[in-house]
Each structure stands twice: as structure tokens, then as C-alpha cells.
Design a protein around this ligand. Structure first.
Ligand code: SF4
Length: 295
């Protein structure tokens, strides 16, 4: 007997849900709506919104735009994006997640408060990631971004140091980097760390691990660019080696499901519930057909 469960804690976090709701509301009003960068790191959801009329542009196109309406996604943007909007008469629909916004404000405040000191801000995150660019922008582009202990030498050991994390990193990884930096900074210098990992990702870690270990085959549904997706997928793989990452039902290797009894479907904070449902339906369809075939 085959059972297929969808992890009830997987799917959009509130930051992504709000951004997509804002996009849909604006699109319903009619007129042209641009979105600066992919609204979510999930190409299938982006495709759905494109069909509703959302036009995704990059930062180069954004600079050239005038007198238009632009949605800023949950990842947030650096101050320069807001300055361009003012200059080019762009109406912004700001869907920056409140968690990211708060972190931007904390970093900006620390940067300004310590302006007279010999100091540096370090962000544990992925260089070039949209959220990280928004955070670095709060420090006039001066913050140092590192993602591994090997990059620690880019930090000056003889400066006061304030460490933050990109919201979608793992708590474990952050603590590891913080310990390494604290051992590296000269003892006559301040070295402070601020926990800025988002609970929406951190709180899912143990739950998703349990979910993976309680199924004999798991499909992790997630876009390739999702940062939290990588973390949650790795957590699943730690608990169950039979976890397979797919972007859509088309990626599912249905042959794998033939011997399975309990199949689990889960995903990232950027994975829509409807996409997990579609994966479930595709497996059921395959299973029914193959049973018919066997009969
Ligand atoms: S993961 Fe957290 S910080 Fe990122 S968009 Fe979702 S709620 Fe906001």
C-alpha cells in the first residue's frame, strides 16, 4: 500500500507569501507591473506570475526605466535602488520582508553609530545574493561578505568587528563562522555577533529532518537558485539518503516510486504548495497507471 504525504510545514514563508499577494493584487488592478529580479527563486512560480502579466527586469533595465510601477521582492534592495526610483519617477511596491528590513536597519544603525571607529561589518552569506547586496548597501558597500572559514583572511584582525548573517543561512554554519572570527580578531578589539538567521528557515530544520527520516523516499521540490532550499535539502539528506531534489513533476523519476511504501514531498520557503500538490498527483497518476499495467 502506497502513501504520499506533503510536509505541512513546507511551502512559502510569510515574506514570500506577502510579496506574491502584493504582485497579484497589483496585477488585478491592470496596468504594467515590473518586478526587480525574480520574485521568488522558483522558476515555475515566476512563470505563473509572468502569465498574469508580471514583467521581470534586471538592475540594468531598472536604471533605464522611467514613470513606471516596480515591485521590490522580499529579499530587499540597497539604498541606491530607492534613489533611482526617486530620480526616474518610479512608483515602488515595496514587498521587502519585514525580517530583512529589520536586519537592514540594524546594520545601517551599527554602521552609522561606529562611523568614527576603526571598524568593519562582516556578513556571513552568499556574495552576490540579492539579500546580501541589500545588506552590503547599508554600509556604503563596505561590509565584508564571507561564506566559509577559508575566506576569513579578507577580514582585518585589527579592527572592531560586528558580524551578521544573511537571513536564510543555517544557525549551525553561522555559529561556526562566528567562533572562527572571534578566535581570529585581536583580543584588544571588539568582536560582536548578532543572530540574524530567520526563524522561518531555522525552525523548519528539525521538522524537515524528521519528515525525511519517516519516509522511505522523499522528493524535495525546490528551484536551483534557492539559498534556504540548499540548507533544507542538505538537512533532509543527512537524515535520509533517498531524498531527490526536483523542480517540478517533470523531473520526478517515477521508476524510483515503484518499490516505495511511504513517499514524502517537501520543499523550501520558496516552493509553492500547489507545486508540491502537482508532484503528488503526478506520482498517484503514475502509480495508478502502473498498477493497471501490472493487472
Ligand atoms: S525566509 Fe524569512 S527573511 Fe526570508 S523572506 Fe521568508 S520570512 Fe522573510
Amino acid at each position: 500500500m502506497l502513501s504520499i504525504d506533503i510536509d505541512e510545514n513546507s511551502g512559502f514563508c510569510f515574506g514570500v507569501t506577502t510579496a506574491i499577494q502584493k504582485a497579484e493584487e497589483e496585477l488585478k488592478k491592470g496596468g504594467i507591473l515590473y518586478c526587480l529580479g525574480d520574485i521568488v527563486h522558483n522558476s515555475i512560480e515566476c512563470e505563473r506570475l509572468k502569465k498574469l502579466g508580471l514583467i521581470t527586469i534586471d538592475h540594468g533595465q531598472y536604471r533605464q526605466l522611467h514613470n513606471a510601477k516596480v515591485l521590490l521582492r522580499a529579499h530587499g534592495e540597497p539604498p541606491l535602488t530607492y534613489a533611482i526610483a526617486k530620480e526616474n519617477n518610479l512608483e515602488l511596491i515595496d514587498a521587502t520582508c519585514p525580517v530583512v528590513l529589520k536586519l537592514q536597519q540594524r546594520i545601517k544603525r551599527k554602521w552609522e553609530e561606529t562611523a568614527d571607529d576603526d571598524r568593519q561589518i562582516v556578513i556571513y552569506g552568499q556574495a552576490g545574493h540579492a539579500e546580501v547586496l541589500g545588506l552590503v548597501g547599508q554600509t556604503d558597500g563596505e561590509a565584508i561578505v564571507i561564506e566559509s572559514q577559508e575566506q576569513i583572511e579578507t577580514i582585518d584582525p585589527d579592527k572592531d568587528t560586528y558580524i551578521y548573517s544573511q537571513t536564510t543561512k543555517s544557525k549551525e554554519g553561522y555559529q561556526h563562522i562566528v567562533n572562527a572570527i572571534k578566535g581570529y580578531i585581536n583580543s584588544n578589539r571588539k568582536c560582536e555577533s548578532f543572530n540574524s538567521v530567520c526563524g522561518q528557515v531555522a525552525n523548519r530544520m528539525s521538522g524537515i529532518g524528521e519528515f525525511a527520516s519517516s519516509h522511505d523516499l522523499v522528493f524535495f521540490v525546490c528551484g536551483k537558485k534557492s539559498s534556504n532550499g540548499k540548507i533544507l535539502y542538505n538537512e533532509c539528506r543527512k537524515m535520509n539518503s533517498n531524498v531527490h531534489q526536483v523542480e517540478s513533476p517533470q523531473d520526478i523519476s517515477f521508476a524510483l516510486t515503484r518499490g516505495a511504501h511511504r513517499i514524502g514531498i517537501c520543499g523550501a520557503t520558496s516552493t509553492p504548495k500547489w507545486l508540491m500538490e502537482n508532484c503528488k498527483e503526478a506520482i498517484i497518476k503514475y502509480h495508478n497507471n502502473s498498477q493497471n499495467y501490472e493487472e
